[in-house]
Design a protein around this ligand. Structure first.
Ligand code: SAM
Length: 213
């Protein structure tokens, strides 16, 4: 999701209390912001934040962090928080490549990846958020036996992601090629914006749940 550049979005985000700031000294800031010991779950590439906002609303005993690279998209999530603030949700504008600079080792309980950009060219495989390079970063920040949940309608990306899980030695807990037809895995499912859009077009949704090795 890459909205056209929204003039003023960078300045708006810089002034927002719903965003963790300080590019250079972010480690430890998230726990400081929440000021409690509740588990932390993150969504990487949250887009406008529909999924993580609803997750936070339904789960007040979990802290949520939404991570998004582009200001123009993050802006929408901030505006939603301004309308109806939630104490257990915060955002960071960043490239997930730097994720180990932000979170301490073992700090994160669970990571959500929803409808990640597919980067279809082979030479860009390592930019995919499900690549073994990213799994390595996630392994660092996740607690022991922590989980990743990934959803996409893109079958090629899902095939790639399954190969990467095996190559990186993660444990497959569950997967489906048609989430909305899978009663067990779909229980309590919160739709993302892309999920609503693509499933309305008739695309089946793939999902895996994997556990840190
Ligand atoms: N998760 C949302 C959903 O399911 O509706 C948005 C999906 S959209 C296709 C992918 C989002 O991931 C975009 O907003 C994009 O800017 C963000 N993104 C892609 N690569 C990223 C990265 N390396 N770090 C942070 N965000 C990233």
């Amino acid at each position: 999701m890459r909205l056209k550049n929204v003039p003023g979005s960078k300045e708006y985000i810089a002034a927002s209390n719903f965003v963790i700031h300080d590019e250079t000294e972010r480690k430890g800031k998230v726990r400081e912001y929440f000021a409690n010991d509740k588990p932390i779950q993150i969504e990487i590439g949250m887009g406008k934040g529909q999924f993580i906002y609803e997750m936070a609303r339904q789960n007040p005993d979990i802290n949520f962090v939404g991570i998004e690279k582009y200001s123009s998209v993050l802006l929408r999530a901030i505006q939603k928080m301004e309308e109806e603030p939630l104490p257990n949700l915060i955002f960071i504008r960043m490239d997930a490549e730097d994720i180990t600079d932000v979170f301490d080792a073992g700090e994160i309980d669970k990571i959500y990846l929803n409808f990640s950009d597919p980067w279809p060219k082979d030479r860009h495989a390592k930019r995919r958020l499900e690549s073994r390079q990213f799994l390595k970063r996630y392994e660092t920040i996740l607690k022991d036996a922590g989980f990743i949940e990934f959803k996409t309608d893109n079958n090629d990306l899902f095939d790639f992601a399954l190969e990467e899980v095996e190559a990186a030695g993660w444990k497959m807990i569950a997967f489906t090629r048609d989430l909305h037809a899978d009663k067990k895995l779909c229980e309590g499912n919160i739709m993302t914006e892309y999920e609503a859009k693509f499933s309305a077009m008739g695309n089946p949704i793939n999902k895996y749940i994997i556990q840190k090795p």
